[in-house]
Design a protein around this ligand. Structure first.
Ligand SMILES: *[C@@H]1O[C@H](CO)[C@@H](O)[C@H](O)[C@H]1NC(C)=O
Ligand SMILES: *[C@@H]1O[C@H](CO)[C@@H](O)[C@H](O)[C@H]1NC(C)=O
Length: 461
């Protein structure tokens, strides 16, 4: 599919390299054309503006390292195109703070632009959101990650905004919005991320796909009351119980058409003609707080199981008992579905790390034994973590318990530790090839962008 677009890529690359040969625009340094990402086509010019303008040469933007030419060897050639998708609204201060200081800073280090763009879905009618987007897109080149903006109009029926009574309108809108992401995101994969999550390691192909199946993680968290109410509303939306909690990892990789299929299924199941009606009808029952991620992934489990590679941690519970309690006959989990997997992010909002250890551990682990020439102070910072094993990759939250260290990785067993080791063998190769340059100046770029909103991030490391 990507090769089909080669011609247009060649044409664009040639043009780009003639008109703007920027020292820090890694992709203009490409020695040959097959190393480029395909140019993305936004679904509709009404909803989307792809920011691909050259950043003005603001001297306050810290210039990031030109990366050696071998960085451009494409590592993800056989990976379908994806969009790291975030539903944002710039008028909530706490969201903005998480967005810049947590999500975007970690993304700048650990997400490769070669994997896909960052795609933001914003409120169409909000002037602030338009300004937010305009400011942000100035920095994309320096981050090495293109940012695509999609504007979502207000729902036609404003009752959508008050369905979950305990939540503000913006929250309701975001929940509802998740059911129509496929109308904005046009890549075959939607990599769905919350604003308050952060990456803790460079992402490799194997973190996303097993063969051609998208990896999914799930966890048995049914002890929490809100999971049970999510389950109840999910059953009303699609008629099936949650096989596990899928709100326990990010990004959630979803085939774009799974969202379309799920929505069509909901319309039939709820017997309505629009997703707004379904959301209002079902949400008006119970608390109204539903979990779209769980509804979509539960749909995927029952209707498209073969397109995904499942890693469900059922805890220290017997599989047969679990199946009897949670699953529908004919749809039981099998032991291959229970294979351990680790996280590339954690849910920062629910992860207490007062001394800011995780970012340092993560950076040192990513840089360790690579060809990178670290500054003296970074070397010093990493000294205490020399023998550290990144067990944090098996955690997701710690203020709400969501981890695998007492289940899959009980007693920090060999199986889990070798998974960590193998992962870092792969990230090391990616760093050595320059796919990830771990350039700390990118943090400054994000911090600079955040100043537009008077946000001052705490030190990252
Ligand atoms: C970003 O977009 C520009 C213009 O379309 C393109 O040349 C460049 O390769 C893209 N960069 C990445 C990292 O995808
Ligand atoms: C679905 O809704 C239509 C009209 O809204 C109604 O006529 C029909 O009986 C409903 N079908 C079911 C199965 O409830």
């Amino acid at each position: 599919m990507k090769t089909l677009k080669l011609f247009s890529v060649v044409a664009i690359l040639l043009t780009v390299s003639f008109i703007c040969f920027h020292e820090y625009m890694p992709n203009t340094l490409l020695p040959s054309s097959d190393q480029a990402r395909p140019v993305r086509h936004p679904m509709s010019s009404i909803h989307s503006t792809t920011g691909r303008m050259e950043a003005p040469a603001h001297h306050q933007i810290p210039s990031t390292h030109p990366v050696s030419s071998h960085m451009t060897i494409p590592q993800f050639k056989d990976v379908p195109d994806m969009t790291l998708t975030v539903r944002m609204s710039s008028n909530v201060a706490s969201l903005l703070n998480f967005f810049y200081c947590t999500m975007l800073r970690s993304l700048a280090l650990y997400w490769s632009g070669q994997l896909g763009n960052l795609g933001l879905i914003l409120d169409k009618e909000s002037q602030e959101d338009h300004k937010f987007a305009e400011n942000l897109q100035k920095y994309q080149e320096h981050l090495g990650i293109n940012i695509t903006i999609h504007y979502e109009p207000l729902p036609k029926n404003e009752r959508v905004l008050t369905v979950a009574k305990s939540k503000p309108p913006g929250y309701n809108r975001q929940l509802y919005s998740s059911f129509i992401m496929d109308e904005f995101i046009s890549t075959p994969i939607v990599a769905w991320m919350d604003t308050d999550a952060k990456f803790t390691t460079p992402v490799t192909r194997d973190n996303i796909l097993t063969g051609n199946k998208l990896r999914v993680k799930g966890m048995n968290t049914f002890q929490y009351s809100w999971i049970q109410s999510w389950d109840k509303l999910g059953i009303k939306m699609i008629g099936k119980p949650m096989p596990s909690d899928f709100m326990t990892f990010f990004p959630v990789y979803i085939w774009r058409d799974t969202i379309t299929n799920c929505r069509n299924h909901i319309l039939k199941h709820v017997n309505v003609s629009t997703i707004e009606e379904a959301y209002i009808h079902v949400g008006s029952q119970n608390s109204g707080v539903m979990s779209p991620v769980n509804i979509i992934m539960t749909y995927a489990y029952y209707f498209e199981k073969e397109r995904y590679d499942w890693h469900i941690d059922i805890g220290n519970v017997d599989l047969q008992k679990y199946n009897k309690l949670r699953l529908i006959p004919g749809h039981e989990l099998t032991s291959p579905d229970l294979t351990p997997d680790f996280h590339v992010t954690l849910h920062d909002k629910y992860y207490k790390d007062d001394k800011n250890i995780v970012n340092r551990q993560a950076y040192c682990a990513a840089a360790k034994n690579t060809v990178l020439n670290m500054e003296q102070n970074i070397k010093q910072m990493c000294e205490p973590f020399k023998t550290n094993v990144m067990w944090v990759l098996f955690e997701f939250c710690n203020t709400v318990k969501q981890e695998h260290l007492t289940t899959w990785c009980k007693n920090k067993n060999k199986h889990c530790s070798s998974m960590i080791k193998e992962h870092y063998d792969k990230t090391r190769q990616l760093v050595n090839k320059g796919v990830y340059n771990l350039d700390l100046k990118k943090l400054k770029v994000v911090e600079e962008a955040a100043k537009f909103h008077q946000i001052k991030c705490l030190p990252f490391l």
